[in-house]
Design a binder for this molecule. Structure first.
Ligand SMILES: [Zn+2]
Length: 78
């Protein structure tokens, strides 16, 4: 995969979290609601990358590519 900013080849890796409630993309400046259910996150225009977990035993591991020059990360989700 090539960097969307400089066009150089990106380095493959992954984005990881441990003991988290999950990982989410939220549009604009939106935060998670107090009750961060999948339904509430998606109703606010968010994307659930992993989770949401009620208990913090989660481990998120998503494929990603990095350009260390531009400090950009491109992630894949499902
Ligand atoms: Zn770049």
């Amino acid at each position: 995969m090539n960097c969307p900013v400089c066009g150089k080849e990106m380095e493959k890796g992954h984005v990881i979290t441990k003991n988290s409630i999950g990982l989410f993309f939220m549009p604009g400046e939106k935060d998670l609601r107090t009750f961060y259910t999948r339904r509430n996150i998606e109703a606010d225009g968010g994307i659930v990358l992993d989770g949401p977990m009620t208990f913090r035993y989660n481990r998120t591991w998503l494929p990603a590519w990095v350009c260390r020059t531009c400090k950009k990360i491109v992630m894949e989700y499902w």
